[in-house]
Design a protein around this ligand. Structure first.
Ligand code: ZN
Length: 440
């Protein structure tokens, strides 16, 4: 606790402002004191960027100011600025507050500029911001990027930065939504010092709350992480809103008809909700050097035309059809057999796709009308061969291609690296999860 009364007299605060080193400021990490590891009452020293608990006499922040001669601090929770050891509160410094916690008005959300300037006055595309790979979290980064480019989801979390009842409830009750929201706001910030942010604060929490099912250090299936994250965000939001932006944007329903082993007798028909639909590939070539097959995504989607019967077991076949209305965004998982942790090399079948796909053939409709979707983003897998010749030295890498809607250009985001790419050549990649957006 801070027990010393605030000093009334004016200290020469201006004399410390020039000691701030913006190059080292980074508020993306867990707000933990570097000395006591406590989460309470943590300050950032704006000279060296380190976090210290403080600011009473003999606290780590106080000791830091006495021993190292650094004097200007920011309380990471209250967002107030102080001079130590004088214990004098000073006026907030706006660009630092914006870096810590970017805020958006409704107007800001609707009128985001296309570009902004970083600390070195270098231009960057707003929203096309890299995410650091701290250890092995590229499989999580691609999912965060994919969700951050779904407009209603993005807008919801940007608007949460303005305090209202919902924001307060979420901040207090759902750490997952709160930290996910802060990260989305940083990804779309126009106030960044550098064009990449660290997902550490969110992913550290994910690791704790999922009991290391999804950790920063061990690569897992991005699809499993996606479903875990959507369930987590949705189930906690639904306590405060009737329907959630997650389910409104992404959740669809599937009619499943189950047949006997001969595929003749109908055993049951059920409807089930989904976040993701999976399409299956023809078997991968058995031998190295065999030609890699090419298939059309629309022919893989025939699995959902209500006619195709899929073998589930010796005694069961199933047919599937999507139920109207389809969600505004459809997530398609192309099953390359990568769901097991030890599999680093996926089925390499090339999946061709058109820019726009009509989903009408896969939906139960009274009057058939086209339901067109356009590709918004696609997560791709790469198998990287190491120095060793044997298969154990193969590593998976994940990146995402995202369409910039303003001018229809494409960007590849691979962890902290963001660069333009050619939309026409995307089908050549080992596409693994795609998000399609309904064309209104
Ligand atoms: Zn310092």
């Amino acid at each position: 606790m801070d027990i010393r009364p605030l000093k009334k007299q004016k200290v020469q605060t201006d004399s410390y402002q020039h000691t701030i080193n913006r190059e080292v400021l980074n508020f993306d990490f867990e707000k933990v004191c570097s000395v006591t590891l406590s989460h309470n009452n943590v300050y950032c020293c704006l000279v060296c960027g380190k976090y210290f608990q403080g600011r009473s006499i003999s606290s780590p922040a106080y000791n830091h100011t006495i021993n190292i001669d650094h004097h200007i601090f920011l309380n990471l929770k209250s967002q107030k600025f102080y001079i130590l050891p004088e214990n004098q509160e000073i006026d907030g410094i706006q660009d630092i507050k914006d870096l810590l916690d970017p805020k958006y008005t409704k107007d800001d959300v609707n009128n985001l500029p296309e570009t902004a300037l970083d600390l070195h006055k270098k231009s960057y595309y707003v929203g096309y911001t890299g995410l650091d790979n701290i250890s092995n979290n590229d499989y999580e980064n691609v999912i965060i990027q994919a969700l951050s480019h779904i407009r209603p989801i993005r807008d919801f979390y940007l608007r949460l930065s303005y305090r209202d009842k919902l924001h307060d409830q979420i901040q207090r009750k759902s750490i997952l939504n709160d930290r996910f929201g802060i990260l989305i706001r940083k990804l779309w910030s126009i106030h960044l010092y550098r064009n990449h942010v660290s997902p550490h604060e969110l992913l550290q929490y994910v690791s704790e709350v999922s009991k290391s099912q999804f950790s920063l250090t061990v690569q897992k299936s991005p699809k499993k992480f996606l479903i875990w994250l959507l369930n987590g965000l949705h189930s906690q939001l639904v306590k405060y809103t009737k329907s959630t932006v997650i389910s409104e944007s992404l959740q669809g329903a599937l009619e499943i008809t189950s047949f006997d082993g001969d595929g003749v007798q109908v055993k049951s028909t059920t409807t089930s909700k989904f976040w993701v639909i999976t399409v299956d590939l023809p078997p991968a070539p058995l031998f190295v050097g065999e030609t890699i097959q090419e298939v059309q995504l629309s022919s893989l989607l025939a699995k959902y035309n209500g006619e195709t019967k899929v073998h589930i077991s010796k005694d069961e076949l199933r047919s599937y059809k999507l139920v109207e209305p389809l969600p505004p965004y459809l997530i398609i998982h192309i099953d390359r057999g990568l769901e097991k942790e030890d599999v680093k090399k996926g089925n390499p079948t090339v999946v061709q796709f058109q820019d726009v796909i009509d989903f009408a053939p896969f939906v139960t409709q009274e009057k058939p009308t086209p339901i067109n979707y356009r590709l918004l983003s696609t997560i791709k897998h790469d198998s990287i061969t190491g120095d060793e010749i044997d298969e154990s030295d193969i590593k998976s890498e994940w990146s995402i291609n995202v369409r910039k809607k303003v001018d229809d250009t494409w960007f590849t985001i691979k962890d902290s690296e963001v660069k333009p790419c050619q939309g026409e050549l995307l089908f050549l990649d080992e596409n693994y999860i795609q998000i399609w957006e309904k064309v209104e």
